[in-house]
Design a protein around this ligand. Sequence first.
Ligand code: ADP
Ligand code: ZN
Ligand code: ZN
Length: 755
Amino acid sequence: MNAGFVRVALDHPSSALYDYRMAHDAGPAEPGMLVRVPFGRRDVVGLICEVSAHSDVPAAKLRDVLALCTACPPLSPQWLALTAFAADYYQRGLGEVALPALPQALRDPSRWARLLAPEERYRLSEAGRAALPEALPARAQALRRLAQELAERGELDPAQARALHPKAIATLDAWREAGWVVHDVVEMGTAANRATQAEATPPAVTVPRLSDEQAAAVEAIGAARGFAPFLLHGVTGSGKTEVYLRALAALLAREPEAQALVLVPEINLTPQFEAAFRTRFAATLANDAIVTLHSGLAEGERARHWLAAHTGRARIVLGTRLAVLASLPKLAMIVVDEEHDPAYKQQEGLRYSARDLAVWRAKQLDIAVVLGSATPSLESWWQADQGRYTRLTLARRAVADAVLPSVRLIDLEEERRRGRASFEGLSGPLVAAMKARLERGEQSLIFLNRRGYAPTLACDACGWVAGCPRCSAYVVLHKPERALRCHHCGWEARIPHSCPECGNVDIAPMGRGTQRIEEALASAVPGARVLRIDADSTRRKGSAQALFSDVHAGDVDILVGTQMIAKGHDFQRVSLVGVLNADNALFSHDFRASERLFAQLMQVSGRAGRAGLPGEVIVQTRYPRHALYHALARQDYVGFANTTLAERRDAHLPPFVYQALLRAEGRTLEAALAFLAQGAEALATLPAAGRVTVYDAVPLTIVKVMNAHRAQLLVESQSRAALQATLRAWLPLLRANRAGSGVLRWNLEVDPLDI
Ligand code: ADP
Ligand code: ZN
Ligand code: ZN
């Protein structure tokens, strides 16, 4: 192509493309290539969306492309269409969606030349680990440091090594001759994974015989051609992973170049999946054909994995929600595990649903997408009801003899009335059940969705409650850290010795969090090894994985934690699950709260009795007659889903209507509300306004966070198209809305999950 102009998307809220002139010697430009261009007074990276022989921009105003990235194959038209769809649907600029979806290395022109250049690394061999640093003279301190850093960091690139010692490279070469060091040359665009690279022979793979239900599901997926959305409804422990593995194996055997994308809701679940996939495909796929993509990867690793996907070398990409926007030129199947999980919804920036984009992507490419869950979202369940998704059912647990757990509801009111003993919020029956498990060498899991020691600290004498100075929220007591912490803004203070209002020294924690239960368990169940897993105990990188390994290894008797422990893990020796304090969510004003609670409780119940030990779930509640707990006791997702869907239909709630939420944060609540009210007025002037309902602007439950006052306005329609058209026309009016001089920020969210 000899065209002279390119239209470029920039990371900018506007959906406009910007024209630039291509110098003749810059190389052949194509859509999907990255360029460095001047924008205002800065240089920025943009994405070429169109190439043209002419431009409508006057020549005097046109500026030149400064550099073209030729090292990396261009992004495909399908990928550009995916990001264009996401931008359009979620009401953002194209570049605002496309550019942040790329790894940092691609957005940094100084790295373009070496993007796919091989990288050198040094690491210790087994012999080196045994010999160093002892083999070095004690006074060779700099060399000893080099050896130590190698051992600690796992690997060093030449620049890092030279920074430690000026003659590092010569030394490392000498150590290599001695057999202590291995020198790797890693080609970018591959994902060589040293830690798991087969130095030994791969372990023998045992492939289980499929149950009839699993076999039927695998066959249905394998027989599908074209766009084929499946809803794999499989009870906890029914072996959904095995279905994915078989369906993928069949696909890769059928199409030797095909790529597959497997999404999981949480980073913590990737190691378990990665291990299962590597073992299963050890004989058929090269080690670097399976890569992970998630925000926990180091930047260089993420770039390498992304490029492996983009160049087609990676055949299976395993990732969290951000992986749905990966470039996968040969994508032939998508799996979304635990598709109901709210973590698939990004809650800042581009507020997209990775599950919804996965389905769109499958439709665009005419391929199969498998949405798996024990508790599908009501949106997906409704799609299956209407026959748009094919429902596949696994009603039984896969492991022989494993049955779904029995559920027992403990009525806390009655326990109290009868004066039965309880221990720090742990009822007598629950404590007894844990002791029985301890004696049998089985594990218990206590689920409490509240981290910290206590939700707050209070004074009995004057009624003072510890609140955040910047938010309209209580601050959480963290005992090990000896701090009061705001979970909304991060504000932190030392625990006061006495009431700041009246001086009373008897201030006391109010309510219970995971830390307090951990402490209580130590004395309630003497001799038990208790482990807590929540966002606080897993702050350090890799620590969650280490803690979960302890549970799997049997080094833990009682595991206490937040929703982090509820999801997806295949615990072999857990036979008891205790649920504390779940009642709050029964009375939330958010219509999705009960769906979320039910899914969470079904998921956490599903951790019990997976490997054939009879499982029991004990729920402590003040409302033992609540319908939700009854559905849980029967492990009856279908009944719950059908009833809840009927209620949603009667109440005109999603999935029977489509919603969007305009949120504003102001210096005052009045400013935020005024901005929203003007927005509502502006919307009323739009042509499609008649088909859209606008509700009153309301303050958020926690109205103030970081001194910003928050309010929202709900907009909904029976017609997705009408809503989309309205939002598109509305945005420019909102941008021009000057009511909000006191408005700090606002955003528009399509298909919001939290209302
Ligand atoms: P789910 O994701 O549906 O909750 P998993 O995929 O974790 O369930 O499987 C639960 C357990 O059942 C795992 O330990 C798995 O190895 C085992 N499993 C799966 N399929 C079979 C099968 N056909 N025969 C025996 N065990 C199986
Ligand atoms: Zn007081
Ligand atoms: Zn705060």
